[in-house]
Design a protein. Structure first.
Length: 333
């Protein structure tokens, strides 16, 4: 089975600007979710009706990315979520369907919520909420249940869960237009409210010490029915496991580079010994998981073959405790 990375590189390896590559990922990557009954009709999809036109536009943008760079620089975004929002807004403006973004609804001085995107439709507006999320799957170890559930997907810093995020999006954020206070900022009725959920989910590999080639081919992953079959996924390792992982080179990805599969030149990749040392030093310094892209040479460029979160030594113990607390039967009513 082809990995998502190999499919992405096959279609977009001619794109070299990292922001254009991130935009290509945002437009074409699969949703994390599939339409199960509670969410039916509430999951947004970016429809590129003309694939040739999209390829042509992104190719030209890659040759002359100044306009995109100016938009991104004007916002000085430091958070990945805001970066993704600005990328999507750029594309929606290109399609000439963006009415407004980040529209706040207030009750006096109190902010009740914010519309991420309001899109023009025939007889009104569409409301889109965008989430680009990265969660590590943790199961087992508590002697209760080794199944796969939405509450088992934990944020790298253990302050967020996929279950809690989706609950907030679908039960709170998508209901904002029903609040009477929203009428003051809505010139037209909101016809539909949908969530665009993108990102990567990280699982334990079958063999934590596998070669890169076998890691890239591992497909024996189970996941909840709510998760799309073709979602973007990676792995997670301890420090000790990464030190034993067979690889030629890699990259420690900065947070704003987490979206698209990485592509780099010879001068940018880090060879094994130095990579191991940088991973160790980063984890000691930050005590927070880092995202490692395992790189393979393809012609004159290096391309991401697989990716994984590398976690500090104490992370799993804390994650298992958090997982137990997140179980629905442990939540107070």
């Amino acid at each position: 089975m082809k990995t998502y990375q190999s499919q992405f590189h096959h279609q977009w390896q001619h794109l070299h600007d990292k922001h254009v590559r991130a935009l290509a990922w945002l437009i074409t990557s699969p949703s994390l979710l599939t339409e199960v009954p509670p969410w039916r009709g509430k999951i947004a999809e970016i429809e590129a009706s003309d694939d040739h036109g999209l390829i042509t536009w992104l190719t030209e943008l890659d040759r002359h990315p100044e306009t995109l760079h100016q938009v991104l620089e004007s916002h000085h975004q430091r958070r990945l979520g805001r970066y993704a929002e600005n990328l999507l807004a750029f594309y929606l403006q290109h399609l000439n369907i963006l009415y407004a973004k980040n529209v706040q609804v207030q009750n006096g001085k109190h902010t009740l919520g914010e519309f991420d995107f309001l899109l023009n439709d025939v007889n009104g507006l569409l409301h889109w909420e965008l989430a680009t999320k990265f969660y590590i799957h943790v199961a087992g170890g508590d002697g209760i249940d080794s199944g796969v559930h939405l509450h088992d997907y934990l944020g790298p810093n253990l302050v967020d869960t996929l279950s809690a995020k989706l609950n907030k999006v679908f039960t709170q954020q998508l209901q904002l237009s029903h609040n009477p206070a929203a009428a003051s900022v809505l010139p037209l009725p909101v016809l539909k409210a949908q969530a665009l959920i993108k990102g990567w989910l990280f699982y334990r590999p079958d063999d934590a010490f596998s070669s890169v080639a076998s890691l890239a081919s591992v497909a024996s992953v189970t996941y909840p029915a709510e998760i799309a079959v073709n979602h973007c996924r990676g792995y997670w390792w301890s420090i000790a496991e990464v030190m034993q992982l067979e690889l030629s080179a890699g990259l420690i990805l900065d947070r704003l580079d987490w979206l698209a599969p990485a592509q780099a030149g010879d001068a940018d990749v880090i060879e094994t010994a130095e990579l191991h040392e940088q991973v160790r030093q980063r984890l000691i310094r930050d005590q927070s998981p880092i995202l490692l892209a395992v790189m393979s040479k393809n012609g004159d460029v290096w391309q991401e073959s697989c990716r994984g979160m590398v976690v500090p030594d104490t992370w799993l113990t804390n994650a298992l405790q958090r997982r137990f607390q997140n179980r629905p039967d442990n939540q107070s009513s």
